[in-house]
Design a protein around this ligand. Structure first.
Ligand code: ADP
Length: 285
């Protein structure tokens, strides 16, 4: 079983559905509301755990009503939360409005995620003891750099999902072993990815493509499913890939692509992430 440490974000998504967006200054009735636990770090941690890895989450929640629920979701999924800290102020939240045309508007408030500025000795020990460090960019970049540098120095493989995409210091790229990007991110990052030994570009329904250190590419065809909601498909793909990376790119890609496809068959974020046995059942078909 791979040992994975995720250093990343955890959010509560506040999802309001409306027929149309309000005008400035307007008050109107919405159609529905849901609280959906998420954040790329948390989603990928749960995905890696369900795909079969032992996972420790390093991150922060605030001192508000969302904090306990966010911790519970990780804990109930079997993710270790001993390195999840509680800081003053709000937890990370994403205020999402979905209108009648299915268009989203999203406001992310980093909250506790923005305060993940320090890694302590216990965090660093966990990273050093892990097989894989898995990071995204919803916490401050210097923290990601510190985690990646410590991982590299201790023989822990570094997987980076550079999302939300942004320009990154060359010192971070130098520490990354495996990058997982979607097509938009790949286009925006361009030649920065050339420095990374293993790059996996996800292609939605068409699966993914792998490029290795020798320049050899490996296509991973998409898995045909009945798509209901693609939320968290990318996070599920990345978590499953990290969980199976030790079995080699070919096997890891098959797990990732199957898990990502299954995540699109159910509504929601963490609730749609498939279990190991669900992935295995589809893989063996
Ligand atoms: P993101 O959601 O991050 O933009 P993609 O759209 O590329 O990323 O999707 C990530 C992965 O999720 C894909 O590589 C694939 O495994 C799976 N996936 C996404 N959409 C579909 C789909 N319509 N059918 C099957 N698999 C899908």
């Amino acid at each position: 079983m791979a040992r994975i440490v995720v250093v990343g974000s955890i959010n509560m998504d506040l999802v309001t559905t409306v027929r149309r967006r309000p005008e400035p200054g307007e008050t109107m009735s919405g159609e529905g509301f849901a609280l959906v636990p998420g954040g790329k770090g948390s989603n990928q941690a749960i995905a890696a755990r369900r795909a079969g890895a032992e996972v420790t989450f390093v991150g922060a929640v605030g001192d508000d009503v969302f904090a306990e629920e966010l911790r519970r979701v990780l804990h109930d999924a079997g993710v270790r939360v001993s390195r999840l800290r509680r800081v003053d102020g709000p937890s990370g939240v994403a205020a999402i409005v979905v209108d009648g045309n299915g268009e989203n508007s999203i406001i992310v408030v980093g909250g506790a995620n923005s305060r993940m500025t320090e890694l302590d000795d216990a965090d660093l020990e966990a990273i050093a003891a892990a097989d894989v460090l898995l990071c995204q960019l919803e916490i401050p970049v210097p923290t990601v750099v510190a985690a990646a540098r410590h991982a590299r120095a201790n023989g822990t493989a570094v997987v980076l999902n550079p999302s939300p995409v942004q320009e990154l210091p060359a010192e971070l790229w130098a520490e990354v072993d495996i990058a997982v990007v979607n097509e938009g991110e790949a286009a925006q990052l361009g030649s920065a990815l050339d420095a990374v030994p293993h790059v996996i570009t996800t292609l939605g329904a068409d699966g993914a493509i792998y490029r290795g250190p020798d320049g050899i590419t490996l296509p991973q065809p998409g898995v045909r499913v009945n798509v209901v909601d693609t939320t968290a498909a990318g996070d599920t793909f990345t978590g499953a890939l990290a969980a199976h990376w030790h079995e080699g790119p070919e096997i890891a890609l098959a797990w990732a692509s199957t898990a990502g496809a299954l995540a699109t068959t159910k509504l929601g974020a963490s609730a749609s992430i498939p279990t190991r046995s669900e992935i295995e059942r589809l893989l063996s078909r």
